[in-house]
Design a protein around this ligand. Structure first.
Ligand SMILES: [Zn+2]
Length: 163
């Protein structure tokens, strides 16, 4: 009886090792991803990447940048451009398995020179559009307030968690 138990314990152990060894290389080769969507403004790029790394804990940050970020595009109601951006997001979510999407908008934006109120309303809307399309992702948005060109405050606007 003891021998039989030992035999099954060994089979279980071998099975567990095989399963783990199959999973391990995929994670090493790939690493985890998160997605940042922001304006192309050079003053905020490094900070956006750093912030996304810290918030998500992901190994890599995919980074979609446009002038005025995603807000300008979605304010112009150009369905083709909107879909193109959503396809960029889809690559990060489906091919890289990004589980966290962060959307940023900033003060003194040359690409989308609107008031803080309009930026915040846009972030609010975009957060919901992304969550509706990418239901398994957590989506967060931030308003980045300028103190100096080297010092920016990240203020959270929305968080919609994972399913
Ligand atoms: Zn900008």
């Amino acid at each position: 009886m003891k021998r039989l138990f030992g035999f099954f314990a060994l089979i279980f152990l071998i099975g567990a090792i095989v399963l783990m060894s199959e999973k391990a290389p995929a994670k090493l080769a790939h690493g985890s991803f998160a997605l940042a969507i922001s304006c192309m403004d050079g003053r905020i790029q490094e900070l956006v990447l750093k912030h996304t790394h810290e918030l998500s804990g992901a190994d890599h940050v995919d980074n979609i940048t446009r002038r005025g970020g995603i807000l300008r595009i979605f304010s112009e109601h150009n369905a083709q451009l909107e879909e193109d951006i959503l396809q960029d997001v889809a690559v990060s979510v489906q091919k890289h398995q990004s589980e966290h999407i962060y959307v940023f908008s900033h003060e003194q934006c040359a690409g989308y020179p609107e008031s803080e109120e309009i930026h915040r309303a846009g972030l609010h809307r975009i957060t919901r559009i992304l969550k509706k399309r990418f239901t398994d992702c957590a989506v967060e948005s931030f308003w980045i307030k300028r103190n100096t060109d080297e010092d920016w405050n990240f203020l959270k606007v929305d968080t919609i968690g994972q399913r």
